[in-house]
Design a protein around this ligand. Structure first.
Ligand SMILES: [Zn+2]
Length: 576
């Protein structure tokens, strides 16, 4: 998630519905270090020595003081001998005590100068051995000013003044509120999350609810989640009401459905909840089994727009209507259960694997529900927003923030819009069967996913290129080398000379681009093979010619560039 406000407004053809409920406060707070502010920064060798087995997090949320009091018991297996543990944690959450394998460390034994907590181990740990560290910490977690576009806690209130709290930390990472390995591939195998809140507040969380216990004026929710994405572990607190149901999957399993919403919105909540089974129908039919069927499909209403929190998707779209007949934000975030949570980019440089696929799911769903008009209308809106300033993939490791930051050469919104339209072109090029086969391999690591026979996958762009080659039996590197690794789009030069139509691709850097082109001549569609990037077709004089009549080719189109430039000028002129 995290499209820009502008992109969202354009995508919907609407202004952004301002939040009347969410009045997040952003008090003056200590700045984040460069390390904390970003996710996926280079890992020191010492941090790579361990595998993250288990995180047991106890987090007491105190809305009255906008603070947390927490302890984390982290279990690691040593992949190599080590005498130190390094975990990422915002230094603005001071650590009060640490014990390792039950042995209390003396104060001052650990240090956290820049957001990476260094814990010297009282004894060296051999390869294959386990080490358990318990870290007590707390304070005021970083507050987001404009979640989810920047990350942190959102301390908000419902209309009737009750606390409404959420966390969204995709850009900055898990280290904003718990000690973690702040990397896309830093997922613990298992997380037990205990969230303590003042009564009568409710704390929906990731995975399954193991139990709720009461202590005086507070209660503690115990959630357990397998392989949660690091930034998808979330805190949600509010006076929630709950809708529950069940979905009987085509794969034979039954998936619990839960929606936590604010009181007073029952009718809208029920209407949104009624979309859940249809969403599962679509994704399970087109992509494959819901990855967390033995946990739940969970959604919680949040005081910010949305985020793909695993099995507890954040929803803050205010039940907006846009004429599509479904809630696009819910559909987008839910798509991330497959593209982001089950299949996770190995490095943020490959983030289009999350956002490109997740963005394509809205037009595909629109078509699945209502046919071609919605599908093409959606694709057209995405096309208008493609910028082509920088390549979608740089080919070198990048942090999450750098991907969004165009001043640092990041592709920004192109990971969404260009990613999605590139996939639409690929879909047409390799055909329906190969396209969905490639997605299944990418997401599940096997062609025949069924509940229980797959585990989460870390993926790179190169992985997907190899998968497409394998399922098609052909070499499509030329396709990805142009669309993913070049900023500019390929241009199709069209010349009509006498009875001949000449077509020539001009790809950036003169790269090979043998993309077939459909040409409609007086109502008949011909496919020009374009071997060597060039082809021609006999066209009778006076015949009506339409290039790419089914709009499947993502290419440079002067009319769109002209529109984008005009829009820029209009915006500039409108500024006071
Ligand atoms: Zn997204």
């Amino acid at each position: 998630m995290r499209p820009t406000l502008l992109a969202l407004g354009l995508a919907l053809g609407l202004g952004i519905a301002g939040s009347t409920l969410a009045q997040a406060t952003a008090p003056s707070q200590s700045p984040l270090t460069a390390l904390t502010k970003d996710s996926g920064t280079p890992m020191p060798a010492e941090q790579k020595r361990v595998h993250f087995d288990h995180a047991e997090l106890h987090i007491a949320v105190k809305p009255a003081t906008q603070s947390i009091e927490a302890s984390a018991t982290l279990t690691f297996s040593a992949l190599a001998p080590t005498d130190v543990l390094l975990v990422d944690l915002d230094r603005n959450l001071p650590v009060s005590a640490i014990s390792v394998d039950g042995k209390v460390l003396t104060k001052g034994a650990w240090s956290n100068p820049e957001g990476r907590l260094r814990i010297p181990l009282p004894h060296a740990v051999a390869k294959g051995d386990k080490v358990v560290a318990t870290i007590a910490y707390g304070g005021k977690p970083h507050v987001a000013k404009k979640a989810p576009w920047d990350g942190g806690f959102v301390w908000s209130h419902t209309k009737d003044g009750q606390p409404w709290v959420g966390s969204a930390v995709e850009g900055e990472g898990c280290d904003l509120f718990w000690p973690c390995i702040d990397q896309p591939d830093g997922k613990p195998d298992l997380v037990d999350l205990y969230v303590t809140v003042p009564k009568p507040l409710v704390a929906p969380g990731n995975g399954v609810l193991v139990g709720v216990s009461e202590q005086g004026n507070t209660r503690t929710y115990h959630w357990r989640a397998k392989h949660p994405t690091t930034y998808a572990i979330s805190i949600n607190v509010g006076p929630y009401q709950e809708l529950k149901g069940e979905y009987h999957s085509r794969y034979g399993n039954t998936i619990p459905l839960h929606y936590w919403y604010l009181p007073g919105e029952e009718a809208q909540a029920k209407a949104l909840f009624a979309e859940f089974p249809q969403l599962l129908d679509f994704f399970e039919a087109k992509i494959g089994p819901y990855p967390w069927g033995d946990e739940k499909m969970g959604v919680v209403e949040t005081p910010y727009k949305g985020m793909e929190h695993q099995t507890i998707n954040a929803y803050g779209n205010h039940y907006a209507k846009d004429g599509s007949g479904f809630d696009w934000l819910l559909q987008h975030e839910f798509a991330h259960e497959w593209f982001g949570n089950q299949m996770t980019n190995a490095n943020w440089d490959d983030m289009w694997l999350h956002e490109g696929f997740a963005t394509l799911m809205q037009p595909l769903y629109a078509r699945w529900l209502d046919g071609d008009a919605m599908y093409y209308a959606w694709l057209h809106r995405l096309r208008m927003m493609i910028e082509n300033e920088y390549p979608v993939v740089s080919g070198t490791p990048r942090t999450e923030e750098a991907v969004y930051d165009e001043s640092r050469g990041g592709p920004g919104q192109d990971i969404y819009n260009k990613g999605a339209l590139m996939l639409q072109t690929l879909h047409h090029l390799i055909g329906d069967q190969a396209f969905y086969a490639s997605i299944r391999e990418l997401v599940y690591g096997r062609p025949d996913p069924k509940p229980g026979n797959f585990t989460p996958q870390y993926r790179t762009s190169a992985d997907y290129m190899r998968i497409v080659d394998r399922v098609t039996g052909k070499d499509y590197d030329w396709f990805f080398k142009v669309y993913l690794y070049q900023a500019a789009l390929p241009k199709l030069d069209v010349q009509r000379r006498g009875d001949t139509l000449d077509l020539r691709w001009q790809a950036p850097q003169n790269l090979p681009f043998p993309m077939p082109v459909e040409v409609q001549v007086d109502g008949n569609v011909h496919t020009v093979a374009m071997e060597g990037g060039h082809g021609s077709l006999a066209v009778p004089a006076g015949a009506l010619v339409t290039i790419d009549p089914h709009s499947v080719l993502l290419r440079d189109e002067p009319r769109i560039t002209a529109f984008q430039q005009w829009m820029k000028q209009q915006r500039k002129a409108a500024k006071p």
